[in-house]
Design a binder for this molecule. Structure first.
Ligand SMILES: *[C@@H]1O[C@H](CO)[C@@H](O)[C@H](O)[C@H]1NC(C)=O
Ligand SMILES: *[C@@H]1O[C@H](CO)[C@@H](O)[C@H](O)[C@H]1NC(C)=O
Length: 474
């Protein structure tokens, strides 16, 4: 079988690509080869592979090496060479591996490689190149890398998932991922990225489906670099320092399904900013400083947007005009804003498909009598922590048959016969055997005896709520 010395001799007269092809042929790692003989894999003796631990899994060996160093790992890997097993998982965690040397994994068929929390700062150019035919997942998270190890990655031509989370990368250079033409998921969460060059993702167009740039130091959307990613479905840029988004920022992302811009410093959602995202289903903008939403802010999203999260912002009123064209909208979250007044027509013209409405933690004092008139599909309503003294039955009437979850706790409610719809609704939900996920019980204040009661247990006789015939469940 193959040895290091033989390969080193081979290396000189051949190009790198030729070398890899030969290697693949000799070791028998090619995809076709590995598919037609599903052999039972066998672990080496525990004594031989120590300090690593080997277990046999359905698709190959699962090898775990923790709190050790390169010398021990190299020795353990040595016991596997020449046996050509499929190593389905090789997990190296909490080790001392500042540098991954060339050819450490030579002659090994590794499908999923993890090098996690191991002080890894340098991956030599040839450290991974022999894995090109088999490796589909590479996780080098929680290490010390300051740049994308482009040279080491460029021969991983079957890679599907690359995880570079929790490193110290500051800049993504042009062509950083060149050669990774099969990559579908790239995640760079919690690095220190301030700059992404215009051609940074060149080579990933046509396949990349998910990109996570969250937890970095970007001050704007890296528009140029993103614009080629026409297959991208999910883009995460949460927890950065983006202060403004502008028209054109998302141009080219024609297949984007989910955009996460939460926890940035955005103050305004300007007209047409999402106009290119006609396939977008979910938009998360919570935890910004949004106070202004242009009436054309959501233009382009009319046909597909179903989930819109605007919680933890500084919005003063339901942005009804901007929302009205979103006739597929199902889920609207406006929790923890500064909404104090609701217009009569706040939900008119777009409420039809709404199933989830969260208005928790605002300053709403009064619900207009026609507020819920259009919300024919509403199942979840959260009014917790507002300033409501009354929630009369006639306001709730349009939604009472569809509601499954309601939260009206933490409001200064007055006990009153007009609130008896609430215990009735709870009883109904219980009869429908529905999981009433809301376990908290709302309180109301009764001026008659200056006491607090659970709304479910209001003394309706004392209150003369005659003829209302409610079932009271203390
Ligand atoms: C990282 O590894 C070190 C040992 O090298 C360990 O003490 C530490 O708890 C690990 N950290 C995490 C987050 O796993
Ligand atoms: C609620 O009760 C208080 C006194 O207990 C009263 O001053 C207030 O007007 C009542 N609010 C409404 C909306 O009825």
């Amino acid at each position: 079988m193959f040895t290091m010395i033989q390969l080193k001799q081979l290396q000189l007269p051949f190009s790198h690509a030729a070398l890899l092809l030969m290697l693949a042929a000799v070791v028998g790692v090619g995809q076709a080869g590995s598919q037609n003989t599903p052999q039972q894999q066998v672990c080496p003796e525990q004594g031989d592979i120590s300090p690593c631990i080997c277990t046999v899994k359905k698709n190959g060996l699962d090898i775990l090496c923790e709190t050790t160093d390169l010398a021990h790992i190299t020795k353990s890997m040595g016991t596997l060479k020449g046996k050509s097993p499929i190593i389905f998982y090789l997990k190296l965690r909490h080790n001392n591996l500042p540098k991954l040397q060339g050819f450490v994994f030579l002659a090994l068929d590794i499908r999923h490689l993890t090098i996690h929390n191991s002080s890894l700062a340098t991956i030599e150019e040839n450290a991974l190149s022999s894995l090109g035919t088999g490796l589909t997942q590479l996780d080098v998270s929680l290490n010390q890398m300051k740049t994308v190890p482009s040279q080491a990655l460029q021969h991983l031509f079957h890679l599907l998932i690359l995880n570079l989370n929790h490193n110290k990368i500051t800049v993504i250079h042009n062509n950083a991922f060149e050669g990774l033409g099969t990559l579908e998921i790239l995640t760079l969460y919690e690095n220190r990225i301030t700059q992404i060059d215009p051609e940074a993702f060149r080579g990933l167009e046509g396949k990349l489906k998910r990109l996570n740039l969250g937890g970095n130091d970007l001050s704007r959307v890296p528009q140029k670099s993103l614009s080629i990613l026409d297959t991208l479905k999910k883009l995460e840029i949460q927890e950065n320092k983006i202060r403004s988004i502008i028209e054109g920022d998302f141009e080219g992302l024609v297949n984007l399904d989910s955009l996460i811009l939460a926890h940035n410093m955005i103050t305004t959602v300007p007209a047409n900013v999402f106009i290119h995202l006609t396939q977008l289903n979910s938009l998360e903008l919570e935890g910004n400083k949004i106070s202004v939403i242009d009436k054309d802010a959501f233009k382009g999203l009319e046909e597909n947007l179903q989930y819109l999260r605007l919680g933890d912002n500084q919005i003063h009123a339901i942005p009804s005009e901007a929302l009205r064209p979103l006739h597929r909208l199902r889920h609207l979250d406006l929790r923890n804003n500064n909404i104090n007044v609701l217009a009569d027509d706040a939900f008119t013209g777009f409420g039809d498909s709404l199933t989830f409405l969260n208005l928790q933690k605002n300053d709403i004092k009064v619900l207009p009598s026609v507020l819920f008139e259009n919300l024919n599909s509403l199942e979840t309503l959260n009014l917790q922590n507002n300033k409501l003294q009354r929630i009369p039955q006639d306001i709730m009437e349009p939604v009472i048959d569809t509601l499954r979850i309601i939260d009206i706790t933490d409001n200064p409610l007055n006990c009153s016969c007009e609130l008896t719809w609430f215990p009735k609704l709870l009883e109904d939900l219980k009869n429908k055997d529905d999981e009433m996920s809301q376990k908290k019980k709302p309180l109301c204040h009764m001026s008659l005896d200056n006491r607090e009661y659970f709304v479910q247990a209001m003394p309706t006789e004392k209150m003369h709520c005659a003829g209302l015939n409610i079932i009271v469940n203390p």
